[in-house]
Every structure is written in C-alpha cells, then in structure tokens.
Design a protein around this ligand. Structure first.
Ligand code: MSP
Length: 468
C-alpha cells in the first residue's frame, strides 16, 4: 500500500531546534514503521525559504537571502542526518521544480475563478507570516511573537475562501478529512464557525518570493507558496497516480488553521483531492518557558545526539509527553531518563541475557518462529500514539528484566539448567520480538540487538547505551 506522510517545511530564518526535530522524528517513526510493514511509504520534509521573515533574517546576517537559505537548509539536512532520519525527499521552496509548480497552481486558481484583485489594509505579523486583526492583539502586540505588527496597505490578489468554507466543513465533519487529536478537530470546526475572511495569495511589498505569473509586481504569499510544497514535491502539475493525496500530514497546532482550512480549500479550488488526515501534536515549552532565541533556551538536537547518540536523542525527544498534547520539557531530566530506560533498561537487559547465554549455554538458545508484528503496537502507531507505542516496548524490556530477577536466573542456571535454559530462550525470543518493534524508533539499537541475538553463537558484546 502506498503511504504518503509529510512534516511542515521549516522556515530557514534560524537553525533547526528541538521543536522541528520533534515533528520530523515522529514522521520518521511512522514512515519507518510503514516500510517495515511492507508499505510503500513516501516521507517528505523540507524548508520554507521565501517571504519577509527569511529576508529579514538574511539581511540581519548581512547575506543575500539565497545564500543564507542555502546555509540554513544545509543545517536542517545535517541535523536530520545526525538524527538518522530517513526522508524520501527534501523540498526547498527556492528550487525550480517548486517554483514552476507554484506558478502553475496559481494559474489554475485564476482560471477557476477562485481569485480576485483587491486591496489589503490592516496589520501583518512577520513572525507569523500572517495578517492579523486588531482583535487578536494583546497590548498592541502579536501574542505569539510579542512583536508589534506592521501596518500594511497594498494591492493583493485574494483567494475566495468564503466559497469553500462549507465544503471544507463537510469534509472535516464527515472525517473525509480526518483531523486528530479530537481537540484539533474541534478547533478547526470552531474556526470555521467563526467565519474566516478571504486571504491574500500575493504580496506587493515582499520581494523575496515567487513572482505571480500574470503580475510580476507581486510575489506569491509565503503561506500559499509553502503549502504547495506537498504537491510540487510530487511533481505537480504532473502528479502521477497515487502521488496525491497525502495520507498523513503532521504539524503542531500553531499552524493548524493553514492546514485544516486554507490548504483543503486551495486544493478544492484547483480540482484536487484534500489531504486524508492531519494530526496536530502539542507545543512544548522548556522548563516552563517558550523556546526562544531571546531567552537563550533553544535546544539544538545535534547537542543531544552528541551526548546520547542518535537513538538516545530519538528516544528522549519522542518520549517526553503524549503525542498530541502540550508538554513541558525538563532538560535536567534527560540524563536520568536515559540512564533509567536505556542504559539500565534495554542496554542492561540485552547484556545480562547475552552474558547468561554465552556463559552457560555456549551462546545458543532455542529459537521460535518470529511472531507477526503485534496488533496492540500496530494499533497504537496507526492512531499516532507514538509515545505510548514506545513506552509499551520499553515496558516490555523492563518486564523481562523483572522476570530474570524473579526467577533468579543467575543461580537457577546452576540448580536446574534445563529449566533455566527454557526461560532464557523465552526471554531471548521475546527480546528479538521487542527489537522488531523498536526498529522504527531506535533503528540502530534494534539492528544491533537483532544481529546479536540472531547470531549462531551469542556473545555479550559492547554495551548498547553507555551509562552517563
Ligand atoms: N514554514 C511554516 C510551515 C509551512 S508548512 C507548509 C512554519 N515553519 S516553522 O519553522 O515555524 O515550523 C513550525 C513547526 O515546527 C510546528 O508546526 C511544529 O511542527 C514544529 N515546532 C516548532 N516549535 C515547536 C515546539 N515548541 N513544540 C512542538 N513543535 C514545534 O511554521
């Protein structure tokens, strides 16, 4: 079965941080799990490189926007490599394949009578890359960015969103466009109820962007440009069968409105199918505060990889709190958790069991046919309950550890070797089964365990997770 999963494309105004890593890792886990099940999974991520926000960051760095974007996009790619993320494609919105697709799409919108010319007078927050109303301000500032918005008065091309609100509501209500978790679905329906104004698809005063094909004095509004990555990466306007719609689009709830309302509306207007499922995970803070440059509390995922290895970092990032809920990350807990769950948990168990088998049974145990993958585990991942799926595996390893203690295997091997051998074989088979489940989340560890426990002669080997 084909399966197409996406992450948002990240702004290149700054380096990748833990927030970006969180979504990208989640997508990686789901894509890897699908592939292991035999699905033909396509996983897209990338970078959002146009617009005022990126242009301002480049100018502050004293660089041309393209040079600046090249550098930061490279940092995203490097970070994903360090985290062992296996994307199928990485799209950058400054690539010709994307720019061509965007122009073609806008032509279609125009031809389908979904656009009209008008004037925008109001406020714009560069942090959000979005128009903002007086009502939304808190003490005159954008609440998300604590920045004063700019006053804008300019000619724009507008998208007739109003025409598509009812169809989009029907899609969401009927779960033809499934939105999870439930809170996100409610939020999207709430927004639709409030009514949303038509939005601009072009900007007159922003130079760093894709020129509107029929009016070169305008550039394509950065959110329209960005959303289209999900189809341009798949070859739009020449989409091959099965390339669209996406099966699952991940993001956090900060950008739900764009994905749950603007995006399906744009697709409908162009005669394309809406995405099948959106899942908006929570937004996390660091020690109770928003992660931000000015607070200096930005966590660089590369630092976590340096400290804990790719698998250690993957584990720590994904296990913090339920996928789909907001949470707070306590950085000082990372080490404790790494030691408890990985070094003293999975790692210690693998070494205990391999050691017992090596010392007492010449490195051999009775292998069972591997079980087909577990229903419970698959069901959790199919519902995007990544943290729970992961926890169930870690818990499985912990149970085995307890079993060794309960049975006092280290002395049982001396008293009743046959019985000890049977229990150890069960445990070793169980370890192999758990390693299969671990594979999408901790791929390197799973591979090491599988290699170690599938060998003709099992050896204790090096420790999987050195204690910190
Ligand atoms: N460029 C737009 C997205 C365009 S998609 C067509 C954008 N970029 S962003 O760089 O700001 O990335 C936002 C996304 O990064 C969030 O939706 C989420 O996936 C991830 N996160 C960034 N900070 C986060 C947290 N503090 N917590 C959880 N995820 C966060 O918006």
């Amino acid at each position: 079965m084909k399966f197409y999963i996406t992450t948002p494309i990240y702004y290149v105004n700054a380096k990748p941080h833990l927030g970006h890593a969180y979504t990208t890792l989640a997508a990686d886990v789901i894509a890897r799990w699908r592939r292991l099940k035999g699905d033909d999974a396509f996983f897209l991520t990338g970078t959002d490189e146009h617009g005022a926000k990126v242009a301002e960051a480049a100018s502050a760095a004293g660089q041309e926007p393209q040079t600046f974007a090249d550098e930061v996009a490279g940092e995203f790619q490097q970070a994903w490599k360090n985290l062992n993320i296996e994307y199928s494609d990485f799209i950058r919105t400054t690539e010709p394949r994307h720019e061509k697709g965007v122009m073609a799409f806008l032509e279609v919108l125009k031809k389908n009578n979904a656009l009209y010319e008008g004037e925008y007078r109001g406020l714009y927050c560069t942090g959000c890359e979005n128009f903002i109303t007086e009502k939304e301000l808190v003490d005159g500032l954008c609440p998300a960015h604590k920045k004063k918005p700019q006053e804008v008065a300019e000619k724009n091309w507008f998208f007739k969103l109003s025409k598509y609100l009812a169809p989009v509501r029907r899609l969401i209500n009927s779960d033809k466009l499934k939105i999870g978790p439930d809170s996100a679905k409610k939020e999207a329906l709430g927004l639709l109820k409030q009514g949303l104004a038509d939005f601009s698809v072009s900007r007159e005063k922003v130079k760093w962007g894709i020129a509107l094909p029929w009016d070169k004095s305008q550039t394509v509004y950065v959110w329209v440009d960005a959303l289209l990555n999900y189809i341009t990466a798949r070859g739009y306007p020449n989409l091959s069968p099965g390339a669209w719609p996406a099966d699952l689009q991940l993001m956090s709830k900060d950008i739900l409105k764009f994905h749950a309302i603007y995006w399906p509306a744009m697709l409908l207007a162009a005669g394309l199918e809406p995405e099948r499922e959106l899942f908006a995970h929570g937004y996390f803070s660091i020690n109770g505060q928003k992660m931000s440059k000015s607070l200096g509390n930005i966590i660089d995922p590369n630092d976590l990889v340096k400290e804990y290895g790719a698998d250690g970092a993957r584990y720590l990032i994904l296990s913090q709190f339920p996928f789909g809920q907001d949470g707070d990350i306590k950085v000082e807990k990372f080490k404790e958790q790494y030691n408890a769950d990985l070094a003293n948990g999975i790692g210690n168990l693998a070494s205990r069991v391999s050691n017992l088998i090596e010392k007492n049974f010449d490195g051999a145990f009775t292998k069972k046919e591997p079980r087909a993958s577990s229903k419970d585990f698959d069901a959790l991942l199919a519902e995007n309950r990544i943290d729970e799926a992961l926890k169930s595996v870690v818990e499985g390893f912990r149970e085995l550890d307890k079993k060794i203690d309960r049975e006092k295997l280290w002395s049982l091997v001396k008293e009743d070797k046959a019985k000890a051998g049977k229990i150890l074989s069960d445990i070793a088979n169980e370890i192999l089964a758990l390693a299969q489940k671990l594979a999408p989340v901790l791929p390197q560890t799973a591979q090491k365990i599988i290699k170690q426990f599938s060998a003709k002669q099992i050896k204790k080997g090096e420790s999987l997770f050195p204690r910190k």
